[in-house]
Design a protein. Structure first.
Lengths: 392, 329
């Protein structure tokens, strides 16, 4: 874990009465249902005494494992495509698969998600074609999926801006009378540890609190905002910030897909039943670079990365499935083969993505159009046509 | 047809009321817009009649107002946000420029943000700093936003309704020093018959020179035209009304007749709307011009202390001085 982790300062006095807390010695207090060694913990207590547990069938356990492997493989393929010049940039989710798959699978069909630009795993869980964000990073479009169809908003690159959008959307859910039952709608806002310093995120905490919005703030604390470690953003554990805004906060082992699922499902269900917002801090680690333009060796040491490698979300799930004899060896080979095939398919389709026609840059600036822009487009088209042998 | 004499402030209030009545998805949100009715009372009585789910007093944070309104718009609402004063819009600048303006474009038309951002703007009320600014150029420069401004009660009443009914995100600038000026308003006129939102209008016909103005400066330009008429000079005054997109059709036609053009605005001259307008008129009317297009604007200083704002703001004399210079070229 990161040197000087602020969680250590408060651990002893908070942990004392919570004897059933699942946190292992030397770790920050967090909800965990699957240890890095693949041992299942029956249930774990949150800081407010909430008991978290999951009750999955073998098929569901296998499904979660498959999700984890697939999103990691597709992510690795995207990184490779960037290295080969086929994408302009890629923001890898490596290491954060469990936080994303756990929270993504905890969403019910009617729930709405507001991602940053790294939630490829959540996007996958929402049923969106994984090719979609690659168009954005290849530079052929700015994200092509329909947010309302998939209940997954466009990626947001300005840090923290989407938390306000999520809050407003959640206010709208309440205004539409869509809370208060199992069929109620909940909203989830994704952001990172760096974003917690943004004004927009703090404003969204205020808004969600005073309007009792059906919203889950899901902070993936991956320990770094590009090069800046957590200590530059906060002196208290992030989940404890919630208390000052008037709603509950909980820290979950973000490398544990089961705990991430349990905590998120509980928070979403509270929200949909009209019990207001909450904050989840998914304690995880960005195993790769911030983006393909980053060089993390300039600001963090190899031993730290190795320590987190030992907490890998997929390895612990694999160990668990094996120990519990939920699967046999052929299962792992079959999942790996599926991941390989999907990544090859993804690669082929990325390479086949056409560049947009230049004049399409004028499309969709305004729903009702603009005579000024129509004129610019016409002039530009005429200019293009003035080139001899122009294809335009 | 019921024609009433209303102040601009009351006309805007009536327009907002009509919009709330006509569409249950319209919500008004901002600081003090509820119980207080807004610091200028533009939303007076609306929360009482439509409830606190339709007219929402928000926490005191402008980025929060616009950012949550984006989410409400994605959800299918039509938020009408009030920014209390021009100088307080900047904390919301990122949400307006990076989010509101670009959402439709980025989503390739799949997401619409039918939002209206109302901003009382401009000086002339003796206010302290940050309460008298003219930020229109920042927004007019931003693709994806439309920017309009009203200059009289009738336009206040109909334009606010048209802006709310539009699916485009619209910055709606209200000339706060004109809130108390009265004029006739046709309250029962159907919106479909109203003068188009994104169109300029000749406010006073004339033959000798063209004066282009918008918002608070339309009154100033009309006063200048009255004074000029006493000296035997007929000025054509055009109220631009829409700043993005600009509608200069009437201006081109006018300048081709008069050969002289003066653009007036309160905002600083450097890279202001007047610069763009002068460039376009020069391109379009080059062979008709008897003199360069001249600009009468605020100076390139921060908005000054209230005791000297009358010297900063363009007035009748500065407009007439510029008109004189077009004749002396």
């Amino acid at each position: 874990m990161a040197k000087g982790d602020p969680g250590a300062a408060t651990r002893s006095k908070r942990a004392a009465p919570r004897t059933k807390r699942a946190a292992a010695t030397g770790e920050p207090e967090l909800v965990q249902l699957l240890t890095p060694e693949g041992e299942r913990i029956e249930s774990a207590l949150g800081p407010d005494g909430t008991e978290y547990r999951v009750d999955f069938t073998d098929e569901e356990y296998r499904g979660l494992y498959r999700d984890l492997v697939l999103v990691r493989k597709l992510d690795a393929e995207a990184t490779a495509l960037q290295r080969q010049g086929e994408l302009g940039l890629w923001a890898s989710l490596l290491g954060q698969e469990a936080a994303q798959v756990g929270s993504g699978r905890a969403l019910r069909t009617q729930d709405m998600a507001f991602p940053t630009y790294r939630e490829h795993g959540v996007l996958y869980c929402r049923g969106i074609d994984p090719i979609m964000p690659l168009g954005l990073f290849r530079g052929v479009d700015q994200g092509g999926w329909d947010p309302n169809e998939f209940k997954f908003n466009m990626y947001t690159i300005v840090i923290g801006a989407q938390t306000l959008h999520a809050t407003g959307y959640a206010m709208g859910v309440a205004m539409d009378g869509r809370t208060g039952s199992d069929e109620g709608e909940a909203v989830i806002a994704y952001f990172g540890d760096g974003a917690t310093s943004q004004g927009d995120v703090n404003e969204s905490f205020v808004w969600a609190s005073v309007f009792n919005a059906p919203l889950v703030f899901f902070c993936q604390n991956n320990q770094y905002a590009i090069s800046e470690p957590l200590e530059r953003q906060t002196r208290v554990p992030l989940y404890q910030r919630a208390g000052g805004f008037g709603f509950p906060g909980v820290r979950v082992d973000g490398n544990d897909v089961l705990a991430s699922y349990a905590v998120t499902r509980h928070a979403l269900d509270n929200a949909r039943h009209g019990q207001g917002p909450s904050l989840i801090e998914a304690y995880t680690y960005r195993m790769g670079a911030h983006t393909t333009s980053d060089d993390p060796t300039r600001y963090r040491i190899a031993s730290e990365v190795e320590a987190w490698q030992a907490k890998d979300p997929i390895a612990r799930m694999k160990a668990f499935l094996t120990k519990q004899q939920i699967v046999d060896e052929s299962f792992f080979a079959e999942v790996d083969e599926q991941a390989r095939a999907e990544s090859v398919h993804l690669r082929e389709r990325v390479l086949a993505m056409p560049d947009p026609e230049p004049v399409t840059m004028f499309d969709h600036v305004y729903p009702n159009g603009s005579p000024e822009l129509d004129e610019q487009r016409a002039q530009f088209s005429k200019y293009l046509e003035s080139f001899e042998g122009s294809a335009h | 047809m019921a024609t009433e004499t209303l102040t601009l402030g009351k006309a805007l209030n009536a327009g907002l009321r009509k919009a709330l009545e006509n569409d249950p998805k319209v919500v008004i949100m901002g600081e003090d817009v509820g119980k207080l009715g807004g610091v200028f009372r533009i939303t007076d009585g609306l929360q009482k009649d439509f409830g606190d789910q339709r007219v929402i007093d928000t926490p005191l944070a402008e980025s929060g107002i616009i950012g949550t309104a984006v989410g409400l718009a994605i959800r299918g609402f039509r938020p009408v946000c009030e920014i209390q004063f021009d100088g307080f819009v900047y904390p919301a600048y990122d949400q307006i420029v990076s989010q509101v303006a670009k959402m439709h474009y980025r989503s390739q038309g799949k997401v619409r943000i039918p939002m209206v951002i109302r901003i009382p703007y401009g000086g002339g009320i003796g206010a302290v700093e940050h309460h008298s600014e003219s930020p229109e150029a920042y927004f007019a420069h931003t693709a994806g936003l439309k920017v309009v401004t009203c200059a009289n009660p009738q336009d206040g009443y109909s334009m606010i309704q048209q802006a709310i009914a539009s699916d485009d995100p619209i910055v709606f600038l209200e000339p706060k020093r004109r809130y108390w000026e009265k004029g006739p308003v046709e309250l029962d006129a159907p919106l479909t018959g109203a003068y188009p939102l994104h169109a300029a209008r000749v406010a006073r016909p004339g033959t000798d020179a063209t004066v282009l103005a918008y918002g608070p400066m339309v009154r100033t330009a009309l006063d200048a035209a009255t004074a000029a008429a006493e000296d035997g000079r007929e000025l054509e005054v055009i109220d631009l009304r829409t700043l993005s997109p600009l509608d200069l059709t009437a201006a081109y036609e006018s300048v081709k007749r008069t050969g002289r053009c003066v653009v007036v605005h309160e905002a600083p001259g450097n890279l202001g709307l007047g610069s763009e307008i002068a460039a376009r008129i020069t391109e379009e009317c080059f062979y008709s011009l008897e003199s360069p297009v001249l600009r009468v604007t605020g100076f390139d200083t921060p908005y000054p202390a209230a005791r000297v704002e009358e010297e900063y703001l363009p007035d009748l004399d500065r407009v007439l001085d510029a008109v004189d210079r077009t004749f002396g070229w």
